[in-house]
Structures are given as structure tokens and as C-alpha cells.
Design a protein around this ligand. Structure first.
Ligand code: NZQ
Ligand code: ZN
Length: 387
């Protein structure tokens, strides 16, 4: 097991109606806040009014910036930074999903920096400090509510890039599973795929003595696999929504990655796809992950056998371990199909045109992944396998 520091400081407030407490949490950080949200689901669901009520009750002055798009754009981040600087904002409250939270994180870091915020995403500068961030989560998926990272798209060249720092972890996050009842099935499924991918990225490691976190990963995956069809069948089943929502956070709050080095190649490849084609991140992962698995499984057949057996209950064929490994990959792919995800590029209308560009852009700062290091030619082959 590798040495590690695990320090996740986000206060999680979980349960029914908990968004009404957001004012009490926010006022700890100041009386001027920026309320950041997406394209309108918060207004149609009535959440906006409840959050606003709770903030106003605490005497908080609220500035607003809505309009965050899925795959959030750096242009709106720059607008947010200017707004925060002009009005001496003390806390950014993100009400929404990963896109809104990531946009809030980038704004929070940009406010404390004299240069252009994109510098952080190009590796020209490192985040050292940022404004405090609070969250009301509306979609369990990205895990950004307690992660230290943010992923932003630059419309100039359609680069989708990540950066991170511990100061970006939200100070608090409100998780009310009832808020997820209004999610369209496709978004629910994209979120489920993303949280599974966050666990799989950590699971496929070259570290040998990580039994505890292997078991935690397998348990979390089995929980998600069990409850996914239930929430899709019955979107207002509170307990099922609650299991999925908490799984989404646990998948990406760094606990499952302790003592090991995760892979993250599939995520990096997916970011190239959603950067250019603007598809949902979860859908992109359902396409990339099975292809990545098929490409790399021979690197450690035993780990794939363990995955097949412990997560998917595939019986181990001691005479043909490869067959067992491949059966686990097949089960993963079939599961994504069963929840309505695409598993090929063709299904989302992506042809040959930009495959070479994606492989080149993805690897221009070095090879991707850790389980197996992927060069440009490898990434291209994985994209081809995903066609
Ligand atoms: O914009 P609105 O109208 O709110 O609609 C959103 C959006 O269209 C809708 N939605 C959210 N909550 C809803 C709802 N609709 C009805 N009822 C609700 N309760 O869902 C759509 C997708 O929202 P988005 O925030 O984009 O989804 P998600 O949470 O999956 O975030 C995806 C982004 O997170 C990044 C991804 O790359 C992508 O840009 N990631 C961030 C990570 C991080 N910061 O740690 C890690 C992840 O691996 C990921 O890369
Ligand atoms: Zn993800």
C-alpha cells in the first residue's frame, strides 16, 4: 500500500428538506454570496425559491449568475470572476450538478488570481487559494460536491481540461435525494455511469496490497448496480435515490483511492470526446470504459478476473482466466446498455473525423493513464475499439 494523506473536509448535510438549512451554513462565510446555477431546472423544480428564502432569512445579499451549461465554459467563468471581484463576494453557492459546481470552483480560484483563469487548466499556474464554495447538489454523478477538482471547457479550440487543489473542496454540501426525483432517466443513467467510472478508475491499479479499498470499491459498485434499475423504474423511491446519491459522493471523495494510484485514462479520453462533441460526460464514459478494458485487460488478467467475480458474480474458470475476465467486461457493457447508455461512438453520431485529433490533443502533455500508460497510438486504438 502506498503512503497517503486523506483529508476530505467537506461537511455533508444529507436528507430530506435539508436545503432549507443552506442560509445557516452560508452565513458562516459572509453576507455577500454569488448564487450560481444552470439552465433552469432549479427554477422549475421550486428549489431556487427555497434556497433564496433560506439565504434572505439570514440577511444575506445575493448576487446571481445562472446559465451554466453541461460541460461548463470558461467564458461564463470569466464573467463570474468579474462579478465576484466587483461585488466583494465572500462565498459562491453552487446549486446544481457537476457543471455548476465546477464552474463555481473555477470562479472561486480565478477571483484570487491576477492572471487569466485558463492558466490553471493549461498548467501555466497552480491554484493556491480560492473563495469558499457551498453546494446544493441536484444530480448524483460527478462527485464534485466534495472533490478537489474542476473540469472546464475552453470554446477557443474546444479544450476540456481539469485542475485541482484542496482549497477547492466545497466547505459544505447539501444532499437531499428528493431533489433528484425530477432528473430525466438519461441524466440519472449518465450520473450512475460516471460514479461507477470514478470507482473503476481507482480499482484498476498496479498496487497489490489494497484489500480494504478493493472491497470498498466492489461494495460501492454492487450497491450502484443494485439500485440503478430501481431508480430508473421508480424515480421517487426515496431509499433507492438516497443509496445512489451517497454512492456518487463516496465514489469520488478520495476515500476509495487511498493507498493506491488510480488510472484515469478513460476519463482523460472521455474529456476529449465531450470537449469536441459536447455529449454528456457519463455517456462518453459508457462508450470509452468497455473499450479501454478490452484494450488493457491482458496487462493484469487476475485483477479483471477478481472484478468479474466479485462485482458481477462471474464464476471463475481456472482453465481459462481470460474468458472470465472478458465475461466481466461484457457484463459491464451490458449493464450500461440496460440503463440506456450508448456504448459505441456510432450511437452518438461520432464518426472517424476527429478521432486522430482527440488522440493527439489528449496526449500532448504526455501519456494517459497509470494502470497502462497510453501513447497517442494507443488512445487512437481505444477510440477505434469504441466505434
Ligand atoms: O442546467 P439545468 O437546467 O440545471 O439541467 C441539468 C443539466 O442539463 C440537469 N439537471 C441537474 N439536476 C437536475 C437536472 N434536471 C432535472 N432535475 C434535476 N434535479 O442535468 C444536466 C446535467 O447536469 P451536469 O451538471 O452537467 O451533470 P453532472 O453532474 O454529470 O456534471 C458533469 C460535468 O462534471 C464534470 C464532467 O466532465 C462534466 O463537465 N466532472 C467533474 C468532476 C469533478 N469536478 O470532480 C469529475 C468528473 O469525472 C467529471 O469529469
Ligand atoms: Zn467522471
Amino acid at each position: 500500500m502506498q503512503d497517503f494523506v486523506f483529508h476530505n473536509s467537506t461537511k455533508m448535510i444529507f436528507g430530506k428538506d435539508k436545503e432549507t438549512l443552506v442560509g445557516e451554513e452560508a452565513v458562516i462565510y459572509g453576507k455577500k454570496i454569488l448564487l450560481h446555477y444552470g439552465g433552469g431546472s432549479v427554477k422549475t423544480s421550486g428549489l431556487y425559491d427555497r434556497v433564496m428564502g433560506s439565504l434572505v432569512e439570514q440577511g444575506i445579499e445575493v448576487f446571481e449568475l445562472g446559465g451554466v451549461k453541461p460541460n461548463p465554459r470558461v467564458s461564463l467563468v470569466r464573467e463570474g470572476i468579474a462579478l465576484c471581484k466587483e461585488n466583494n463576494i465572500e462565498l459562491i453557492l453552487a446549486v446544481g450538478g457537476g457543471s455548476v459546481i465546477d464552474s463555481a470552483k473555477a470562479i472561486a480560484a480565478g477571483v484570487k488570481y491576477d492572471g487569466d483563469v485558463w492558466d490553471f487548466f493549461e498548467g501555466k499556474s497552480e491554484v493556491k487559494d480560492c473563495l469558499p464554495i457551498g453546494v446544493v447538489l441536484t444530480i448524483p454523478a460527478a462527485g464534485s460536491e466534495s472533490s478537489s477538482g474542476t473540469v472546464i471547457t475552453n470554446e477557443d479550440g474546444w479544450y476540456k481540461r481539469a485542475t485541482g487543489h484542496n482549497s477547492m473542496r466545497p466547505k459544505f454540501a447539501v444532499l437531499n435525494p428528493v431533489l433528484t426525483y425530477t432528473l430525466p432517466p438519461y441524466q440519472t443513467a449518465c450520473g450512475i455511469t460516471d460514479m461507477m467510472a470514478h470507482i473503476l478508475e481507482r480499482y484498476f491499479t498496479n498496487e497489490k496490497h489494497v484489500e480494504l479499498t478493493d472491497r470498498l470499491c466492489e461494495g460501492a459498485l454492487r450497491t450502484i448496480i443494485n439500485y440503478a434499475p430501481i431508480v430508473l423504474e421508480n424515480p421517487t423511491n426515496y431509499d433507492a435515490r438516497a443509496e445512489i446519491m451517497w454512492s456518487g459522493t463516496i465514489a469520488h471523495n478520495d476515500l476509495l483511492g487511498t493507498g493506491r494510484i488510480g488510472d484515469w485514462g478513460s476519463h482523460d479520453i472521455e474529456h476529449e470526446i465531450s470537449g469536441i462533441y459536447d455529449i454528456a460526460h457519463g455517456a462518453g464514459l459508457a462508450i470509452v470504459f468497455p473499450a479501454w478494458m478490452k484494450y488493457v485487460y491482458k496487462h493484469d488478467v487476475n485483477r479483471f478476473v477478481q472484478f468479474a467475480n466479485r462485482v458481477w458474480d462471474v464464476e471463475v474458470d481456472l482453465n481459462d482466466l481470460e474468458k472470465t475476465a472478458l465475461a466481466g467486461i461484457k457484463k459491464t457493457e451490458q449493464f450500461f446498455v440496460s440503463i440506456g447508455m450508448p456504448v459505441t461512438l456510432t450511437e452518438v453520431g461520432i464518426g472517424e473525423k476527429h478521432l486522430g485529433e482527440m488522440a493527439r490533443k489528449g496526449t500532448e502533455r504526455g501519456p494517459l493513464g497509470n494502470f497502462v500508460k497510453l501513447q497517442e497510438a494507443d488512445v487512437l486504438q481505444i477510440l477505434r475499439l469504441a466505434q
